[in-house]
Every structure is written in structure tokens, then in C-alpha cells.
Ligand binder design. Structure first.
Ligand SMILES: [Zn+2]
Length: 88
């Protein structure tokens, strides 16, 4: 068990770590032989995939912003971005 920023983390035997409260809140599954998975590994995999998606979203936003600044977008997309700016 590890504590970080006031939150307790549980470690598994596969070198993964997850917040203890998140793991405890998961429902119990008895879905048959071979379906019992390590919840800490599952949490870590979901976290990694979510993080990778966030990075891709940021990269896409950066590409879009660069094209917008350089006027490399099609007029319709550029117009939509201008309208979105005006609403804020
Ligand atoms: Zn594990």
C-alpha cells in the first residue's frame, strides 16, 4: 500500500498501481472461468488508454490551431472556429 497526496494506492503483483477507493468501488464479477482479471491491471490499462487519448486530442487541437493561424483550413471549418471564438 502506498499513499500519495492523501490518497491510498494498491499495488498488484504485475507492477501496476491504482487508487484503493476506485478498486474497492468496482462491482464483483463471477462471469465464469478465465474471466477473473486483476482489477489493478485493468484500471492501469484504462488509465493508460485514457491518457493516450487525451494526448491525441491535444495534438489534434494543436494541429487545428496551427492550421487556423496559418489560414490553411477550408473556409467552412475556419468560419465555425471563428463563430466559436465569438461565443466565448
Ligand atoms: Zn495486476
Amino acid at each position: 500500500m502506498t499513499s500519495l497526496n492523501g490518497r491510498e494506492f494498491a499495488d498488484c503483483n504485475h507492477d501496476h498501481r491504482a487508487p484503493k477507493d476506485e478498486i474497492i468501488s468496482l462491482p464483483v464479477s463471477q462471469s465464469g472461468i478465465g474471466r477473473h482479471r486483476c482489477p489493478i491491471c485493468a484500471y492501469a490499462k484504462g488509465y493508460e488508454e485514457g491518457f493516450a487519448q487525451a494526448v491525441r486530442t491535444l495534438e489534434n487541437a494543436q494541429r487545428l490551431a496551427t492550421k487556423f493561424i496559418n489560414h490553411e483550413l477550408d473556409p467552412m471549418t475556419e468560419n465555425l472556429l471563428r463563430l466559436d471564438q465569438e461565443e466565448q
